[in-house]
Design a protein around this ligand. Structure first.
Ligand SMILES: NC(=O)c1ccc[n+]([C@@H]2O[C@H](COP(=O)([O-])OP(=O)(O)OC[C@H]3O[C@@H](n4cnc5c(N)ncnc54)[C@H](O)[C@@H]3O)[C@@H](O)[C@H]2O)c1
Ligand SMILES: [Fe+2]
Length: 331
């Protein structure tokens, strides 16, 4: 497409939860085109591909050598991200996630060079997101905030984004699921998602995301849904390690303080369960056709996500991961 002296190449062929093979196909097209700038317009799946295309279309190396933290040396192409879901916060984060089909593992390229030059967040783009995707992506955003707040590397400046993100999403997500055209609620959740994205660079997520990845890799479950199904089980495991932090999260979720931090935090977990149910999130892994026999395999895969497990407030072993999957299986 050409207009006003600008030639534009558009790719609308990016699947949800993309993998390395999808990326290779799309970056090959971009290499032929040689863009001066890249605009990602879509959900997190599209934004992550756009970020990697901008960084790698003018380099010969395969993407897999950049999986990990801080391995990408630079990005020379201008990058804009425009989210159409309220979930990943990818438009402001240094992360891009791909399924590595060779190991059946979701992996991340984490680099400051992947933070876009410009992000344009307009909640009107999210009005058409269907209820189930609205629910899953909104819970993902809330998990970014929760896992950044109760995190070994939590930071006072990031705490501000995290608590406000939790408040905005907890108070408005059900409204966006039930009334997709509610612009006020969509705006609040889009802002909460942006705040969640601000948590990802400096602090990042922890065991909820680490245990969620194998559900995406093996069963192609949507990222937000896999987080939602594990959320309260991981938090219940973590609670003894950070009762004050989880109590503060509970207050941000909208619950009244109880006499002890543990009791307040427990009330917060009940609020999350109630919110997920009200948003139509399935109760457990069994209801999503995940076989119980996959649990040891998923626990082994989750243990490889050390870049996130190291952030978790409580150390988590293979046996703990198995127990958490079993709880999530039959909850
Ligand atoms: N880079 C990061 O910081 C980061 C953070 C969290 C998750 N992720 C990754 O992002 C991906 C998930 O992104 P997502 O949760 O935004 O979902 P998604 O991009 O996969 O989109 C989910 C579905 O919603 C549709 N959709 C998107 N916008 C729409 C709209 N406005 N109206 C109607 N339909 C719309 C998509 O076509 C798709 O079918 C996963 O691969 C996950 O691992 C990245
Ligand atoms: Fe996420």
């Amino acid at each position: 497409m050409q207009a006003k002296g600008i030639t534009v190449s558009i790719n609308t062929d990016i699947p949800p939860e993309p993998g390395v093979l999808d990326f290779n196909r799309i970056v090959a097209e971009a290499r032929k085109f040689g863009p001066d700038g890249v605009i990602g317009f879509g959900g997190g799946s599209v934004l992550d591909i756009a970020k990697l295309v901008a960084a790698l279309h003018d380099r010969p190396e395969p993407v897999n050598i950049f999986f990990g933290i801080g391995l990408l040396p630079e990005r020379r192409t201008y990058l804009v991200c425009i989210p159409t879901t309220a979930g990943t916060g990818s438009e402001v984060s240094p992360n891009a996630i791909l399924l590595d089909e060779s190991e059946q593992l979701k992996k991340g390229v984490i680099s400051p060079w992947l933070v876009p030059d410009a992000a344009y967040v307009d909640p009107l783009f999210t009005l058409s997101v269907p209820p189930a995707v609205t629910a899953a992506t909104g819970i993902d955003a809330m998990v970014h905030c929760i896992e950044a707040y109760a995190n070994r590397f939590a930071h006072p400046m990031v705490d501000v984004f995290a608590l406000e993100g939790i408040r905005l999403i907890s108070a408005n997500l059900q409204r966006t699921v039930e009334h997709g055209q509610d612009i006020e609620a969509r705006t609040a959740v889009a802002l909460g998602s942006l705040y969640g994205g601000m948590c990802l660079g400096p602090v990042n997520t922890a065991a909820v995301h680490a245990l969620a990845y194998p559900l995406g890799s093996e069963f192609h479950m949507a990222h937000g849904l896999s987080n939602a199904l594990l959320l309260t089980h991981v938090l219940r495991f973590n609670l003894p390690a950070a009762p004050r932090r989880y109590a503060e999260i509970a207050i941000a979720l909208g619950v009244a303080p109880e006499p002890t931090d543990i009791a307040t935090a427990e009330a917060g977990l009940a609020r999350i369960e109630q919110l997920c149910a009200a948003c139509g999130i399935p109760r457990n892994l069994a209801a999503c056709n995940v076989p119980e026999s996959a649990i040891p395999r998923m626990a082994a895969a989750a243990m490889k996500v050390t870049r996130l497990l190291k952030n978790n407030p409580r150390e988590l072993t293979f046996a703990d991961a198995e127990t958490i999957y079993r709880q999530a299986f039959q909850a």
